[in-house]
Design a protein around this ligand. Structure first.
Ligand code: ATP
Length: 369
């Protein structure tokens, strides 16, 4: 389901030329963005890029210095925070320690004086949704960290907000639990149809849960798209480098129709790649090539465009894959990744083996620098 492909659907949230300054410091700079109903949208970027500020403006904890934020077509500034149908879930969960889980979930509903039977039905539904029925009578300290996270989610969703903001919601969980919880979050988002906006600096998390990802840098959006488009066709070296593992090879590009050739080091053959943005005739550029798109062989391949010779410097065996660091004659180190099928695991190549690296002419993306 991809509502943002449907041109007739109006966005749930619109940022129009939004700037946020703290004193002289520009935290968000002239930002434009549409987020649609039922999206699971991730704001991704390094510490300090403005993710939290963007989210806090949605929640109403900050106001833009200039520009407008609309929720369902209405300027958010005109809607008091308690009427916004926006809820925010914090990393610290902020559960009430003296209340049991049932009462924690019911808290917001009681406060808005929802009729008793309606409230009870709603709490039971939230307990079912987050698979916490069995723990309803326990206090927060009597359940695990992952379960507390689910209670916090149940409480945030109890009032059926249009928009749920999640600020690094899984930050406190260990890696394995974090992965399981990511899938639960996706299931819950899908079954409630609530729009989720998540802030994270973990690119794998953003790629896993989100239907669309916004990559941010210094208060600006650099690229906004589906995870696969961002991974396969990053629009800049910054994005290529931030999302996943990549080799960046700098040089001088020369455009030649669809393909671009990159002259990059003396004594090394020029590399051929594709450009997803116009490259002027001759320009300084970089090729971004993912390690898993590079093949390693002991014989010189004859069927590939880009072929480089080197020696194995390091091998990292990671179970499903192995990462090879291969050093070329000119000292450059290139990372290549090989999937370990049962038969070839561990024994492919060893340290100092002479090898050939190769990739096709569409595997490397040439980006302006
Ligand atoms: P992190 O991942 O570390 O939380 P972030 O991308 O969420 O980072 P923000 O919290 O949005 O970043 O902060 C963006 C920039 O604005 C930072 O440089 C921060 O120091 C600055 N900033 C945020 N809030 C304030 C404030 N109230 N006063 C002054 N500067 C602020």
């Amino acid at each position: 389901f991809a509502p943002w492909n449907d041109a007739s659907e109006k966005p749930l949230i619109t940022f129009k030329n939004v700037t946020k300054k703290f004193g002289e410091f520009v935290a968000i700079s002239d930002l434009n963005l549409d987020i649609y109903a039922r999206e699971f949208f991730a704001l991704l970027g390094p510490s300090g890029c403005g993710k939290t500020t963007l989210m806090r403006m949605l929640a109403g904890f900050e106001t833009p210095t200039s520009g407008v934020i609309e929720l369902a077509g209405q300027d958010i500034a005109a809607i008091p925070p308690n009427k916004r149908e926006v809820n925010m879930m914090f990393q610290s969960y902020a559960l009430f320690p003296h209340l049991n889980i049932w009462d924690n979930i019911a808290f917001g509903l009681r406060r808005e004086k929802m009729p008793k039977d309606q409230m009870e039905a709603r709490v039971e539904e939230m307990l079912r949704l987050t698979k916490m029925e069995k723990f309803a009578r326990r206090k927060p300290h009597q359940v695990s960290g992952g379960q507390r996270q689910r209670v916090a989610l149940a409480r945030s969703l109890a009032k059926a907000p249009k928009l749920l903001l999640l600020d690094e919601p899984l930050g406190a969980l260990d890696a394995k639990l974090r992965q399981d919880t990511q899938f639960e979050l996706m299931d819950i988002q899908e079954s409630t149809g609530t729009t989720f906006v998540i802030v994270t600096h973990d690119q794998e998390e953003a790629m896993t849960v989100a239907s669309r990802v916004a990559v941010m840098d210094h208060g600006k959006l650099v690229q906004v798209d589906t995870p696969d488009v961002i991974y396969e066709t990053p629009n800049s070296v910054y994005v290529a480098d931030f999302i996943g593992d990549v080799n960046i090879i700098e040089g001088t590009a020369e455009a030649n129709g669809e393909s671009v050739s990159l002259t990059w080091a003396e004594g090394q053959p020029a590399l051929i790649g594709s450009a997803n943005q116009p490259i002027s005739k001759v320009a300084s550029a970089a090729m971004a090539i993912r390690p898993e798109k590079i093949a390693i062989s002991s014989k010189k391949p004859t069927d590939r465009t880009n072929v480089l010779q080197g020696k194995v410097l390091d091998i990292a065996y990671l179970g499903n894959i192995s990462t090879y660091h291969v050093q070329l004659d000119n000292g450059t180190v290139i990372k290549a990744q090989i999937a370990n099928t049962r038969r070839i695991a561990r024994r492919n190549f060893t340290w100092k083996d002479p090898v050939w690296l190769s990739w096709t002419d569409t595997a490397g993306i040439v980006l302006a620098v």
